[in-house]
Unconditional design. Structure first.
Length: 290
């Protein structure tokens, strides 16, 4: 006698959970990134965790500016900027402004797998020196991490911020006034000194202080969780075009007739043709006709 057949679903293993997520694992040997559970399970904004995971997956030398991240994510500059500030405050990111040998200023971002990691006695690790041939991707079995090394130029000396006492007083006054428009826009002396040169550039382009204030305070999010200096710096990063120069054409004044008195009624009038006013000329014409 044949064994009875049943179409009932197989009972789950005794150790399998009865609810929640069940992982179906696939062993990866390439094109993957390892991040800590502390970062992946970080409470708060999902945008912050997503930005951190995306930055960790990029090869060295990839752009991670706010503009570059906005091109990849659908979120706007406000959320992306806030995510970067949260990661920097938590110790996962470090952003430093450095000057290149050609004199240009750029921002370099250092990403840490573990916040508060030891960068060494001389600060964050220096990038590799340029080589003629790129270094191939290396696989480390111990940590199961794939890293691709991209060549980058040697770092320059960090930019020395301008002291607040040497900043443009008009720009400092404008930045200090922002808190009266929005009480959340409180800036420290260091932040004010860093933003003042950009405000000076906007003033030199011909914009009025009220126009700059409106540009910096319009459309801010209702919940501003971090310090606002990053948002203000992003809105000031591109200096507007200056006003076109006016042509130096000589102004032509209209000719004004001299003031004279009418020979008939002694009324004052401006004329260069007649000696009698209009009323006197009309009376003369009527008498001549009658």
């Amino acid at each position: 006698m044949a064994d009875p057949q049943s179409n009932a679903r197989l009972r789950a293993d005794a150790g399998a959970p009865t609810s929640g997520v069940i992982h179906v694992r696939t062993r990866l040997t390439a094109d993957f990134t390892v991040i800590s559970n502390a970062l992946a399970q970080r409470r708060g904004s999902a945008v912050t965790v997503g930005v951190a995971a995306y930055i960790a997956s990029l090869p060295d030398g990839s752009p991670v500016s706010i503009a570059a991240l906005c091109e990849h994510f659908s979120e706007g500059e406000i959320l992306i900027s806030r995510a970067l500030r949260e990661l920097e405050a938590a110790g996962y990111l470090e952003r430093r402004r450095e000057r290149t040998p050609s004199g240009q200023v750029r921002t370099r971002t250092y990403s840490y797998d573990v916040p508060g990691g030891d960068p060494g006695p001389d600060g964050p690790p220096e990038p590799p020196r340029p080589r003629k041939q790129p270094v191939a991707a290396a696989f480390t079995p111990a940590s199961a991490t794939v890293r691709e090394t991209v060549q980058a130029p040697a770092p320059a000396e960090p930019e020395t911020p301008v002291p607040l006492a040497e900043a443009d007083p008009r720009a400092v006054a404008l930045l200090a006034f922002l808190r009266q428009v929005d009480p959340r826009l409180v800036l420290s002396e260091r932040e004010t000194a860093r933003l003042a040169p950009a405000v000076t550039g906007w003033l030199a382009a011909g914009l009025l202080p009220t126009h700059i204030t409106d540009h910096l305070t319009a459309g801010l999010p209702a919940s501003l969780l971090a310090r606002p200096a990053g948002i203000l710096a992003y809105r000031l990063k591109e200096t507007p075009l200056p006003l076109p120069a006016r042509s130096a054409e000589p102004s032509v004044r209209p000719v004004v007739a001299p003031m004279v008195n009418c020979d008939g009624c002694d009324r004052g009038m401006r004329t260069a043709e007649h000696a009698r006013c209009r009323d006197c000329r009309t009376g003369d014409e009527l008498r001549a006709a009658g």
